[in-house]
Design a protein around this ligand. Structure first.
Ligand SMILES: [Zn+2]
Length: 321
């Protein structure tokens, strides 16, 4: 999958690589049904040229794009929304009720992310966020639907990775666009057709019980496939869900064990990151992955997951005081 090339996965569902950091890290999707088109996930503002180039390959004019949808407002999913909405003059943005204000005024979102990465890295990775006019935003509550060429896309509230997260059910493909709710499965670690899947617990709203409930909610629709943002289509989701649930439970147990003999946050992060990486590598090797490739592929996410678990740990200890 090259940057700027569309790959049709299944009836009218195309994958577009966002080009963020490397090929194969973050996907965007284009769904075409009849005369209607939706873009699901935008990558960052640097991803917008790739999306525009795919539209022109498919002979879809900018004015013919009806919807831009971001599963949640983390910037690998929604960072490109503002610029993309400028390029697509007739599109409506569909977003979770808790994400809308950050799209109308992205100042806080940008400041929060800059605080984590620093100004220079923020600019290189994401670039300034562009606000979206409120009149172009449509909020999707749990269960809301839109019709795309007469076929429904349905929005389900799926907290756990973030409170501002929904997943999008596509009745035609019987698939969900899962954002980060159904974890991560990079193409490099697919062996004999079997993806290696693991949860994402990015800061700052990870909630294990809510995430497990959301995964259950997705599976209750009996999906045949999932379109992951990280990365691409996976099939037989009912066989992957137990692997995610088990890992979420193991994450919680691992953090609670480390908490017992830890007092400062600095030590907590390092211990969690080390143990989480060991734990996940062991699973990857049992899956058949080669250690070095697996270690390299998961390293960045293990850091993010550890940060998210530290925030979760601190939130729990604050609630218990
Ligand atoms: Zn993500």
């Amino acid at each position: 999958m090259d940057k700027g090339m569309a790959t049709e996965l299944v009836d009218g569902v195309f994958l577009i690589d966002s080009g963020m950091v490397r090929i194969g890290l973050a996907a965007c999707y284009l769904v075409r049904r009849g005369d209607l088109t939706a873009i699901i996930e935008t990558g960052t503002r640097h991803s917008v040229p790739a999306i525009m180039s795919v539209l022109s390959q498919l002979e879809i004019r900018a004015e013919q794009v009806d919807y831009v949808i971001a599963t949640h407002v983390h910037l690998d999913h929604a960072g490109g929304v503002g610029l993309l909405m400028q390029e697509l003059p007739d599109a409506q943005l569909i977003i979770h009720p808790k994400g809308a204000r950050h799209m109308i005024d992205p100042t806080k979102l940008q400041a929060g992310t800059t605080a984590v990465y620093g100004e220079a890295a923020f600019q290189e990775m994401y670039g300034d966020l562009i606000p979206v006019d409120e009149s172009r935003i449509r909020i999707a509550e749990d269960g809301d639907e839109i019709l795309l060429g007469g076929k429904p896309l349905k929005f389900l509230d799926t907290p756990g990775h973030a409170n501002h997260h929904f997943c999008v059910w596509d009745e035609v493909s019987r698939g969900f666009f899962t954002g980060d709710t159904f974890g991560i499965a990079y193409r490099e670690l697919v062996l004999e057709g079997q993806p290696f899947i693991f949860p994402t617990t990015t800061p700052v709203q990870f909630d294990p019980e809510a995430l497990k409930a959301s995964i259950g909610k997705l599976i209750s629709m009996k999906p045949e496939r999932m379109f992951l943002t990280h990365y691409g289509m996976v099939e037989k989701p009912e066989q992957l869900a137990p692997q995610l649930l088990e890992q979420i439970d193991d994450y919680v147990a691992l953090v609670m064990e480390i908490e017992k003999d830890m007092s400062d946050a600095e030590g907590l992060f390092e211990s969690i990151q080390t143990r989480l990486t060991e734990y996940t590598l062991e699973r990857a090797i049992a899956h058949g992955c080669e250690r070095e490739l697996a270690a390299e592929t998961i390293a960045f996410d293990m850091g993010l997951n550890a940060q998210g678990l530290v925030v979760w740990s601190q939130r729990r200890s604050a609630a218990n005081q």
